[in-house]
Write a new protein. Structure first.
Length: 147
């Protein structure tokens, strides 16, 4: 689906908690991953996050992805300087990683959506990343966000 229609938001609702499968789905860019054994509330959270342009991974998937990103990929030596981020940029990065939309972040931080976009651009430039997924991976590795 993602190959044919990359803009389509895909949520995986499955009984499979296999580590390799979860990692594969994350890498291809699904918007959500929820196990069928999870409470209905997790599926609703995933749907709402995808509708708003965010992502949601259920508890099991988050734990597996967190371990994968920390242990398997590790910190890359060529990453930008995380310490160079301002406090505001760190706030924006954390909220982006939490699946918040630009509009939601703007409202929460009492700044304009254009300012949020500007922060996002500067964060990506400072950390030498090209996508939101790369930013989130780095935030997990640097322990800015926890699952």
């Amino acid at each position: 689906i993602k190959r044919l229609a990359p803009d389509v938001r895909v949520i995986i609702f499955t009984m499979y908690s296999n580590r390799e499968y979860i990692i594969k789905m994350f890498k291809i860019g699904v918007s959500g991953y929820v196990l069928k054994e999870s409470p209905l509330s997790e599926l609703i959270l995933a749907i709402n996050a995808a509708k708003k342009g965010g992502t949601y991974f259920g508890t099991t998937a988050r734990m597996i992805l967190s371990e994968y990103l920390r242990d398997v990929e590790g910190a890359k030596s060529d990453e930008g300087d995380f310490e160079s981020l301002s406090m505001r940029e760190r706030e924006v990065l954390k909220l982006l990683a939490d699946g918040k939309t630009v509009k939601e972040i703007a409202g929460q931080l009492c700044i304009s959506p254009k300012t949020v976009e500007s922060h996002k651009y500067h964060i990506m430039a400072k950390l030498d990343t090209r996508s939101l997924a790369d930013l989130i991976k780095m935030a997990i590795r640097k322990k800015l966000i926890e699952f």
